[in-house]
Ligand binder design. Sequence first.
Ligand code: GLY
Length: 420
Amino acid sequence: MDVLIIGGGGREHALAYTLKKSPKVDKLFCLPGNGGISEIAECVSIGVMEFDKIVDFLKNTPSVGLTVVGPDDPLAAGLVDVLTQNGFRAFGPSADAALIEASKAFSKDLMKKYGIPTAQYEVFTDYRQAMDYVRKQKFPLVVKADGLALGKGVIICNNIKEAENAVYDIMVTERFGKAGAKIVIEEFIVGQEVSILAFCDGKTIVPMVSSQDHKRVFDGDKGLNTGGMGAFSPSKIYDKAMADRVYKDIIIHTMKAMNAENRKFKGVIYFGLIVTEDGDIRVLEYNARFGDPETQVVLPLLETDLFDIMNAIIDEKLHEIDIKWSDKSAVCVMLTSGGYPLEYQRGYKINIGKLDDDIVLFHSGTRKSDNDYRTAGGRVIGVTAVSESLEESRKKVYRNISKISFEGMHFRKDIGIKND
Ligand code: GLY
């Protein structure tokens, strides 16, 4: 059977790489894909929000038996609903269920209503009330646009001035458009972050191996937030006792809460957790999809056929699958364009020397030009290694990065060191 993947980043490359391993998958299509993905899938130049064109493509390509939707925007806008209504099998949550990511206010209210531990917060639609509120708070403080904002809608404010600016930017200058018509203001929690992705069919929810990403652009967690500068798996602090506690207090509880709200979730739920110094664990955020770059370290550790898991979720038979994970460690270091996450140039030639056989490159922002790859985004390529230990994977990744270059290339040197 052929499979279509919607999206064109590192997550989709990792999905394509993993689905390609399935003996049940013949050909992969990816829409729109990228330079690296084009090596293993036929890339189709249709945008992820062009739903009519996607439906037409599927009508004209009957060999495709499964469509996997990667990014948040088409999920929130109901692509899975549209595909299902048109008789196609699609992996990912409905728009109703994807609201767990698409509205921060919804997810915070869900957690409050069902007793899922999270940070204290208030929701505002009125600018003046929001301003009055921030002036009475302690700092740091977190100001979040309610809707999807390309991963940039969460602002950590260290003082009143920064908080006032954040509220003004989001609500008055509409920096994130309609996504900022409503905002969430919440307490800042100090701790170690852990990402848990979980397969969910609405009846069964199965966490994947833990991971952690590095969001700041410079070493030592300095500089601006990015879409992710690298990740490693498993997390160093997420032990069995913690996993059991999180499963009971957070994971299973979230699935049941979504069912109780008539928003059955079928797909992957991402739990962004924070573990405080005294061992308290709270949910910082939910995503309704595979996380990026976490997917680039989690999927290489999956030993069960991802195609089978996705089909079992669509059919609500996840309980029939025994999902197995390697006990190795994976590290992914992101190579980015100079200047990212602010302004950066595109179109530079990427030079790739002879890499170790077990290094995997997941392309985030590249295009193929004749026989070369060119940079085409802020995050360019994730370099991933899997080996017996985190330290060995780190060494392997960095040794191989020295054989890759493009003008302005930037990467963090401390991926995987967190929590040492
Ligand atoms: N790594 C966080 C995200 O995928 O949004």
